[in-house]
Design a protein around this ligand. Sequence first.
Ligand SMILES: Cc1cc2nc3c(=O)[nH]c(=O)nc-3n(C[C@H](O)[C@H](O)[C@H](O)COP(=O)(O)O)c2cc1C
Ligand code: SF4
Ligand code: SF4
Length: 326
Amino acid sequence: MDKAIISYFSGTGNCKRTAQILGRFFKGKNYQTQIVNISTSNPKDFNPAKFNIFIFPVYCFSMPQIMKKYLRRLPPSPGTNASVIATFGAQDAEKAGDEGRSLVQARKILTDKGFNVLYSDAVAYPSNFTQVVNVMPENVEEKVYEVSDLKVAQMAEKILREEIYHKPCLKIKAFVISLFDWMFSIFGRVFMGKLYVADKKCNSCGICVKECPAHTIKLIGGKPFWNYSCQACQRCINICPEKAIETSFVRLIVFTSLFIAFVIKLIGALVHGGLILAFSYLCIYVIFFAVLDFIIRQFEKVKFLSPLLTLSHTKKYRRYIAKELP
Ligand SMILES: Cc1cc2nc3c(=O)[nH]c(=O)nc-3n(C[C@H](O)[C@H](O)[C@H](O)COP(=O)(O)O)c2cc1C
Ligand code: SF4
Ligand code: SF4
């Protein structure tokens, strides 16, 4: 029996849902179907099948760092067919985001590994960017699922027919995005992880620790602490049963001010001082960031300061985990 391997990364379930739709489709066509969650599997164990489909969410118009790493570590697979699907965020039933250069990136990494990428396309699902934008209402969510699940089923038909299609991305757009992607992959996702705080609703259940795909959350004194390897996947903020995880205003203001000061210094150093001075500023910035994080964390342990340190716009936001397929 021919086989289909569907490998996905998912923060809040949209890509898992996409993988499940494809899985059901290929099973229905009598393929032996394997669905692989890349955050809990070793890329070295990848054993190519007739159909190899890779699915990931779009972050900052690019691929998530964790997915890039996984694809780069796959064994060389010359002549193996592959397909790529990206899910990006819809704000409501009519307004959707953009997959940017994520498909171009995935195609490049897979092609370098010897894969023959036949198909790459993107589909909108409810935006999960809870740290920044509120989640759409549940009734609108249902409409998005209806349209997007159908689109995924159509993609599955095309992949099965081995149709060649690549959603285009202008070269100039891909170039501009690559600058943001670089910043986001190195600093942005770490920065976003450092904005989290657990408010008084936290009951120390440890679910966020267990669920984090980057294993970057620890419970210290019964409260979660976010380390430096966040992927910005939004799972913790959305999965906490108590809705206790927020984006801290205090952390946002302190770290953003520090970042702006750093950028001004960096530009000055590059214009007047050269690369060594610029590198020194980078080191000072990293040290300052870590020290400020430590100090804020000590204040967060003080009970009477908690209302101030957990002030947040996300308290009003709904949380989002993709619905299970019917
Ligand atoms: C850090 C971050 C950045 C995002 N950037 C984009 C983006 O550039 N364009 C877009 O359309 N959606 C963007 N999104 C939305 C997600 O790509 C989208 O909701 C995706 O379906 C989530 O998939 P998942 O539920 O499998 O994690 C972003 C989400 C996050 C968390
Ligand atoms: S999941 Fe929520 S309640 Fe449980 S430890 Fe994490 S923040 Fe606290
Ligand atoms: S800390 Fe939260 S947002 Fe960051 S990788 Fe872990 S679960 Fe995802």
